[in-house]
Design a binder for this molecule. Sequence first.
Ligand SMILES: [Zn+2]
Length: 211
Amino acid sequence: MDVVRQPNHGWIEVIVGSMFSGKSEELIRRLRRAQIARQRVQVFKPEIDTRYGDAHIVSHSDMRIPSETVADAARLLAGVRPDTEVVGIDEGQFFDAALPAVCNALADQGKRVIVAGLDKDYLGKPFDPMPQLLAIAEYITKTLAICMVCGHPANHTQRLVVSGDRVLLGAQGTYEARCRRCFDPALSGPAGPDVSGTGDAGDPGGGSAEP
Ligand SMILES: [Zn+2]
């Protein structure tokens, strides 16, 4: 039997990890490969991610790919063109609970869906809807950063400022990658040191250069 890519045979790939682990870089790398193969690619990111302007997904290493910004998962689904073959989604953790169903629908239509996102929040808790996406994905890639304290593989995102808000897109120095031993969720809690003020935690889009 010839190896032929079956039409209408889609699947879901998820790339998860802490901040600074290269998730967006890996997403962009896969999307670029698809573009080189002349596949029709669409890339989306959530409206909440206002870093670097609206028109691109940009990795920390400054790789970039044009993207469309959508307010929620339903609008993402509505924005996918019928002839699109590959759908890339960055910052999946900032989407609503409908994202897994939307990804399922797109994969059922025969599209390759690639989602990158944080699997855990600043307290180390699973960051919805990424756990639900991991459960339905055909392929999962876990990226690890390097602990900025001790140099071991890092699976956690350490918030360095005090804030109880789950979403806080801060300036540079707001977060760092930490390993299991060096990660300390209490550092960002009410009892933690107020190293640089709480910032305006209610405004996740507020003038940030780093996630
Ligand atoms: Zn460490």
